[in-house]
Design a binder for this molecule. Structure first.
Ligand code: WTA
Length: 656
């Protein structure tokens, strides 16, 4: 990648307050730099020290990193531990009565669960799984609502060394089926239904449909948690009620001590092409990653009330709901519902009611709440907040500023955390008591993370120029392989031509500024080439969103004979859809605006307006669909993961 013009010109900088810095786990830039230096001078010593500091080992390790079979790296590989023991048992003596989970249901019902209670429920359920014959190394598919039981199911698997594979509750039967088969699951755990935004969605019926699609003979049991109590189909012998399974089970369950490299879970994620990839994480390295990032980036303090809004169906929910907060002994909020039900103040009400200190969500949620209720945060008491976080996609500076000033009242640092399913935990993100913030930048790598921006040959590019984001040295929390597909693992993440097969290739494009700050420009495949100029879609989108008319925008390339590509923008306005003459008028305004903000080269050729954009249920804009729409193609791709399929019709019409 020769040059991607970096065109984002953000100059605002926000340094941590003295008060925040004083209390922080990484206090000041010198402390941050000292950790980076420690990693640089003795890489194995650094990670070995952290692994001893954070994790309780059943059998201590003597080796830190084994690179002999790169890129199949091993960490701490002669040590033994159990993740569930680290998340639960080790807190019992000192804080068994501390609330582990404050659960709030879709309808606002609140349940508190202490570490002791959670431990007991996990043990009972683990014993239940054992009674079904589940043993170490078996795969268990979990397809659950966002409730305490989802965490219990995952923790119970970890306790007995079973490998869970959580499927997000919004996925279709076809996706559930694909994952059951690929994982070779012996048990599926589900619920009758889930409730989100006042609506019920079937889960068990979807599992039944998936089970009827063939090749599911390995599945011995389907465990069903009764949530809404609706009538469901039942296959005697195969189907078991959760409450009957745990009835009479002992409330202690000796953990299975596993090797550090034992797979903890797989999680399927989409690649740029082909079938979903079963990203496989190991036990110790993953646990270490989520704990160090809780400590450094979320600056975890024992009196925190932590709330990550992600569903456990995604990596963010794995790392910062099921594992990270519990490993730290934190109190966390788990919320079943959606940000806009019963109204757009729901998140702020939850923060107020539970005195949340640390709030972690996605830019798409921030933008939608900014649109629906820009002044709503002021109507709630958000004084408990001390830290805000963002994840999942680049956060455009305008949304960042709203989040910072309106939600955080200019008091709370915003940690924009760049990472991926594959990396297991934060990779590039500010240590909030040290690193000055720049809106729109995920700032600097975590200590020990050797991130860089390189060209196609693997050479680092100059500041200001875009390229491929890579991580040059192996790190403990990285994926170990793709389930059943080690070749694809090597090909996709350690390609030979970039860094000789040694660099982890993230698949994102990025650039660094002169201060070494990273700016994610989007997926490497979302880069446009217009008349020989490469442009990051993200930057054009940021420009559009910076216009007062615009709430959200997505930009894709359309092949063009002369220019290579032209830019098509899909735009959601703050006001309702433009009619008649307004369309041409607003289009012209926005095209000129982008040309002015970035340069004439970035002027969109076409702008289409919609009430929304096609998004996955996790809130990611599905650009491949937009690319097809821009080209005027019929949509033949799978749209089962779309939150709002109807939007495609609206965006299909070319602008007049
Ligand atoms: C994008 C989610 C910019 C990026 C944890 C990455 C981000 C992909 C950020 C991984 C961020 C995630 N800034 N882009 N702070 N966080 N991304 O696997 O393109 O669902 O490659 O993991 O999301 O998505 P995934």
């Amino acid at each position: 990648m020769a040059t991607i013009e970096s065109i984002l010109h953000e100059t605002r900088v926000f340094s941590p307050s003295a008060e925040f810095a004083k209390r922080a786990n990484i206090s000041g830039m010198a402390a941050y730099q000292a950790l980076c230096d420690e990693a640089k001078s003795d890489y194995a010593g650094f990670w070995g020290r952290l692994a001893r500091d954070h994790i309780n080992w059943h059998k201590p390790f003597t080796r830190v990193l084994d690179e002999s079979n790169a890129p199949f790296y091993k960490w701490f590989d002669d040590g033994e531990l159990n993740v569930s023991w680290n998340c639960l048992d080790r807190h019992l003596a000192t804080q068994g009565d501390k609330t582990a989970i404050i659960f709030e249901s879709d309808e606002g019902e609140i349940t508190h669960c202490s570490y002791r209670e959670l431990h007991e429920q996990v043990c009972q359920f683990a014993n239940g799984l054992k009674s079904l014959g589940v043993k170490q190394g078996d795969r268990v598919v979990i397809y659950m609502p966002m409730r305490i039981e989802a965490v219990i199911a995952m923790q119970a698997c970890a306790r007995i060394g079973a490998i869970h594979s959580v499927v997000f509750g919004g996925f279709s039967a076809k996706s559930v089926h694909e994952r059951i088969v690929d994982a070779g699951a012996s048990v599926v755990i589900t619920a009758d239904e889930q409730t989100r935004g006042g609506k019920h969605h079937a889960l068990k019926a979807t599992v039944d449909e998936a089970m009827s699609m063939g090749n599911t003979d390995l599945v011995r049991a389907v465990v069903v948690y009764r949530h809404t109590g609706t009538d469901i189909g039942w296959q005697p012998g195969r189907d078991k009620w959760w409450h009957e399974l745990v009835e009479g089970q002992a409330s202690e369950c000796e953990p299975v001590w596993v090797n550090a490299e034992h797979p903890l879970f797989t999680l399927y994620t989409s690649g740029s092409t082909g079938k979903p990839k079963g990203v496989q994480h190991a036990t110790a390295g993953y646990l270490l990653g989520v704990m160090t990032s809780m400590h450094w980036i979320f600056d975890y303090q024992p009196d925190d009330i932590f709330w990550c809004t992600a569903d456990v169906g995604w990596i963010t929910g794995h790392s910062y709901v099921t594992y990270g907060p519990l490993a730290m002994g934190a109190t966390q909020v788990i919320f079943e519902g959606v940000p806009t039900y019963p109204d757009a103040g729901r998140f702020w009400k939850i923060v107020q009611d539970h005195k949340v200190t640390t709030f972690y969500t996605a830019p798409t949620a921030i933008r939608s709440l900014m649109k629906l209720g820009p002044d709503l945060p002021q109507q709630y008491d958000l004084s408990s907040l001390r830290l805000l976080g963002s994840v999942g996609e680049p956060i455009n500076p305008e949304a960042w500023m709203w989040y910072y000033t309106e939600v955080g009242q200019s008091r709370c640092p915003v940690v924009d955390t760049w990472w991926q399913t594959e990396t297991g935990c934060h990779m590039i993100a500010p240590a909030p008591g040290a690193v000055p913030l720049k809106p729109g930048s995920c700032t600097l790598p975590l200590p020990g993370i050797d991130a860089a921006v390189v060209d196609e040959a693997g050479h680092e590019v100059e500041p200001g120029y875009g390229g491929f984001l890579v991580i040059k040295r192996p790190f403990p929390s990285q994926l170990r392989t793709l389930w059943n597909d080690p070749e694809r693992f090597k090909r996709a993440y350690f390609p030979h031509d970039i860094g000789g097969g040694r660099y982890y290739l993230a698949g994102d494009s990025a650039h660094c500024d002169k201060d070494g700050y990273f700016w994610i420009m989007g997926r490497a495949d979302d880069v446009l080439n217009v008349s020989g100029h490469r442009l990051g879609t993200m930057e054009i989108e940021s420009a559009l969103v910076a216009h007062p008319y615009v709430t959200e925008a997505a930009v894709v390339g359309r092949p063009h004979e002369v220019k290579g590509e032209t830019i098509v923008a899909f735009v959601v306005l703050k006001n309702k859809l433009p009619q008649g003459d307004q369309v041409a008028e607003i289009t012209a305004t926005l095209r000129d605006w982008v040309a002015k903000e970035i340069g004439p080269i970035a002027r969109p050729e076409e702008i289409r307006f919609g009430e929304n954009l096609p998004k996955t249920r996790s809130g990611k804009i599905m650009r491949r669909l937009l690319r097809a729409l821009a080209k005027g193609e019929e949509i033949t791709q799978d749209t089962s993961t779309l939150e709002n399929p109807a939007i495609l019709e609206q965006l299909k019409q070319p602008a007049p």
